[in-house]
Structures are given as C-alpha cells and as structure tokens.
Write a protein that binds this ligand. Structure first.
Ligand code: ATP
Length: 320
C-alpha cells in the first residue's frame, strides 16, 4: 500500500492528535504517503484532503481536540454520499483508511470496507462505549477532568453544607459516571444501566445528614436525566440545600493523559501496520488486558459494551 488516509469523526476526544501523529510518522517511516482528510466524512465527500508530512504533526501530542477537525455527516449515511466519498479516495489514489471516532464512525467505516476500501478504526470517544475494547481514546482524560471538577465542587459544598449534583457526559453509557464517581468519592451514582431509585438516594442523604455529614456528591450520567431534575427531586423530598453543576463540553477537551497519549500512539502505529500488509483489511482496534486487539466489524452489531458494574457496586458499598 502506497497511500493511506486518516480522518477523525463524531465527537472529538483527547488523544486523537497523538494517534494522528503516530499514523503519519509510522506511515512515512514505512514509505507510505499519509493524507489528512479534514472534517470527518464531510471532508471525505467534499475532497478536503491534504498530504501530511513529518512536520505537520509536530507539537500536537499534548493537545486536546483534533488537528483534522471533526463532523457528523448525514450525507455519508446515504449511498450517494458514500459513492462520492469513494470517488474522492480514487481521485487521490488512497487505498486504505484509518477512521478515529466512536461507534457511529465505525459503522461508517464498515460501509467503506464493504465498498472495497481497507479500513481500520481507532476507538476515539470519551464515552468508553465501543464493543471489543475495554478502553477508548479520551476516556481516561475525561475521567480525570471530571475528578478534578468533583474535588473542586466538594471544597465549596463542604464549606456550605450543601448537596452537589454533578451531571456528566457519556451519552447512553454510565462509564464516565461510574469511574469518576468511584475515584471522586461520590456518595451516589446514577447511571442508565441501573434502575433509578430516588428514594434510595434521599434516604441515604437523610441518614448521613442525621449522622452529622452535611455535604454529599451525587453523580448523574446524562443518559438518565438532567442533573437539574435530580436536584428538584431531592429538594422536594428532603428540603436540603442542593445545587447542580453540569460539566458539559469541558469533559471533551484538555491535554490528553499519559494513558491516552500511549493508547493513541500504539493504536495509530498498529493501524498503519495492518493496512501496510496489502491484504484487504476491515478491523476495529481495541484493548484487552492491555494488549492491542483487532476485531471484525461484526462485533459492532453483536456485542454490547457493558458498564463495569463491579466498580458501581464497590462505590455503593464504600460511599456510606
Ligand atoms: P461519539 O460517540 O463521540 O459521538 P460517534 O462516532 O459515535 O462518536 P456519530 O455521530 O454516531 O458519532 O457518528 C459519526 C458519523 O459517522 C455520522 O455523522 C455519520 O456520518 C457516520 N455514521 C454513523 N452511523 C453510520 C451508518 N450506520 N452508516 C454510515 N455512516 C454512519
């Protein structure tokens, strides 16, 4: 293979730049030309494509976001859009593609593979919700960002004897909530994977309040309901001074953690190695027991990524 392309798609996540850097540097070291496709599948359809050299990925390993920009493309979900993308790949002579993005982006990658383009995906999303991998690129940084926020909110909540409800991202997954909730010492964690029981939470709050502990932290995953709704329910049932913080997009940004830089670099280099074999390849990269794995796209439709309920139970049992 002489020419490969790389694009980032869906929500950005910290570590995407580390992956892009590794793809470009590994490709060039193997005499492969690497093309950057800007703005995800939109740029692929429109032909916003430029060759990347060693210097174009200098000074980016520590930066959040993605230098290639990203997008969500409805056009790519149509046969017509994908045919336009295919025509651009042919025009530039690009034979293989690395797609960095979430599960939607991987579905798009599968469609390209079915059209005869060798495609390897890197699981890039803060949500940690992709089948076949126990970690996604950006998740570790996002969890650390949430923990930092929990620590700060705790300081002020403790000073005012307040209950803090913190709404975190994760789309339909409770992963960020569970990991950050446990690591941040939250009293309760509300996630989509477990039935929401407001009484359990308010009973606990009243009990701890009676014991003299006047502040508590409750983490709510956005996939359940808004944090504001939970505040309303707590106030109505207990009358306790309760405030909400919605962390929002700050969870997506920031300098990637060491874990995400390492993952991005390892997956980036692996993607190039797979494409370089010259054989038709359609794989989703993942991580199992800290080893890189390459799964087939069929996993996207068969295996549901599960939240780690052991961590959830552990948090419940020690946050009393
Ligand atoms: P995140 O989890 O961070 O939001 P994502 O990759 O899951 O990332 P999506 O918006 O679901 O984000 O998908 C990104 C893009 O992938 C879509 O805008 C679309 O262009 C493409 N895509 C998603 N699903 C399909 C599909 N079934 N067929 C073709 N393309 C798809």
């Amino acid at each position: 293979m002489k020419k490969i392309g790389v694009l980032t798609s869906g929500g950005d996540s910290p570590g995407m730049n580390a992956a892009i850097r590794a793809i470009v540097r590994k490709g060039i070291s193997m005499n492969i030309e690497v093309y950057g496709i800007y703005h995800g599948y939109t740029g692929l359809i429109e032909g916003t494509i430029r060759q990347l050299d060693l210097g174009s990925v200098g000074d980016i390993i520590h930066r959040g976001g993605t230098i290639l920009r990203t997008s969500r493309s409805d056009a790519f979900k149509t046969e017509e859009g994908r045919q336009a993308a295919l025509a651009q790949l042919r025009k530039f002579g690009i034979e293989g593609l690395v797609v960095i993005g979430g599960d939607g982006s991987s579905r798009g990658a599968q469609k390209l593979f079915e059209l005869g383009i060798s495609t390897v995906t890197i699981p890039g999303t803060i949500d940690n919700d992709i089948p076949g991998t126990e970690m996604t690129l950006g998740f570790d940084t996002a969890v650390n960002t949430v923990i930092e926020a929990i620590d700060k909110i705790r300081d002020t909540a403790a000073s005012h004897d307040r209950i803090s409800v913190i709404e975190v991202m994760g789309r339909h997954s409770g992963n960020i909530a569970v990991w950050a909730g446990l690591a941040g010492g939250a009293e309760s964690i509300v996630i989509p994977e477990v039935d929401f029981n407001i009484e359990e939470i308010t009973d606990k709050l009243e009990e701890t309040n009676k014991r003299g502990k006047k502040h508590s932290t409750i983490i709510v995953a956005e996939g359940v309901c808004s944090g504001a709704k939970v505040v309303e329910m707590i106030k109505e049932r207990t009358g306790l001074d309760t405030r909400v913080t919605v962390l929002g997009h700050m969870q997506r940004g920031g300098s990637p953690s060491a874990t995400d830089r390492l993952l991005g670099s390892r997956w980036g280099a692996k993607a190039v190695e797979l494409l370089a074999s010259g054989e038709p390849v359609g794989k989703m990269l993942g991580l199992r027991a800290n080893r890189l794995v390459a799964n087939g796209f069929d996993l996207l439709h068969s295996e549901k990524p599960a939240v780690n309920l052991e961590l959830y139970e552990l948090s419940n049992s020690i946050s009393i």
